[in-house]
Write a protein that binds this ligand. Structure first.
Ligand code: R5P
Length: 287
């Protein structure tokens, strides 16, 4: 087998090959003058089992195009099997029509990846697990919770409550709570428009508890920082937060710095542009 990567998360690809004790495949991805992608695969892939490590994170559209072009090139170069390793699956939050005339971009992505020639997909914590069914090729859906749970277990915190910042995340939060022996609480969140969240209510007992909020994605950090504040207002003693995919766009870093969150624990499915001491990064490379 051979492992290649695009430009989306080279440090993660390097960690994966170091972990496996193999070299990273030789490929150069550059840009033509007009911004089009210029790919050169500098070693034979004929008959090989190929893994392309490319989370489709920001800049999402460029990273998707790089992935598609790499898959296309591998297929035309007679690779035996091509696996798209996408620890973060961009556009996963557009997986259904919530208003009339909405696109279903997560499905469009699945069509494009399959048409390009992928035989298999490996991904983590899809925002909507049903996206697995958008593919007619095998898809491995890996959870980030065991990695996060191990970290919190080793920290030795007590009187813990795990909080889901919305109703959609309850299964994930319950999973973490069971692994670390914590109680469970749920925030009833409403999203009046994209990128704006409003806390309605909190279900569960928080008084004097150390809480750990868990989400799949932290994007602008509005959900998590407002949620954290609401928990402290309702008696939580200390607030930690964690997620698999640190998108951290726009005001996210500033919001985190000004928040009541003591520590944000994330994985490296997405590289973080601006690191701050409040953020702890755990690696998914061994997984
Ligand atoms: C949405 O339902 C997701 O699970 C996350 O809660 C959301 O994407 C976080 O977005 P933001 O950080 O911008 O509030």
């Amino acid at each position: 087998f051979k492992i290649f990567c695009g430009n989306a998360n080279r440090p993660l690809a390097q960690e994966i090959v170091d972990y496996l004790g193999v070299p990273l495949g030789e490929a150069k991805i550059q840009r033509f003058g007009d911004g089009e992608i210029c790919l050169a695969i500098d070693e034979s892939v004929r008959g090989a089992d190929i893994y392309v490590v490319q989370p489709t994170c920001y800049p999402t559209n460029d990273n998707i195009m790089e992935l598609l072009i790499m898959i296309d090139a591998m297929r035309r170069a007679s690779a035996r099997r091509i696996t798209a390793v996408m620890p973060y699956y961009g556009y996963a939050r557009q997986e259904r029509k919530s208003r009339a005339r909405d696109p279903i971009t997560a499905k469009l992505m699945a069509n494009l990846i399959t048409t390009a020639g992928a035989d298999r997909v490996v991904t983590m914590d899809l925002h909507a697990p049903a996206i697995q069914g958008f593919f007619d090729i095998p898809l491995d859906h890996l959870p980030g919770v065991p990695i996060l749970a191990e970290y919190f277990q080793e920290k030795g915190l007590d009187n813990l409550c795990v909080v889901s910042p919305d109703l959609g995340g309850v299964t994930r939060a319950r999973n973490l709570a069971e692994r670390i022996g914590a109680s469970l609480a749920i925030i009833d969140k409403r999203r009046p428009e994209p990128n704006v969240s409003e806390i309605m209510n909190v279900i569960g007992e928080l008084k004097g508890k150390t809480v750990i909020m868990i989400d799949d994605i932290i994007d602008t950090a509005g959900t998590i920082t407002q949620g954290a504040y609401a928990l402290v207002e309702r008696g939580a003693k200390d607030v930690y937060a964690c997620c698999t995919h640190p998108v951290l766009s726009g005001p996210a870093i500033e919001r985190l710095q000004n928040s009541v969150i003591r520590e944000l624990v994330v994985t490296n499915t997405i590289p973080i542009e601006k690191m701050i001491p409040q953020i702890k990064v755990l690696s998914v490379a061994p997984l």
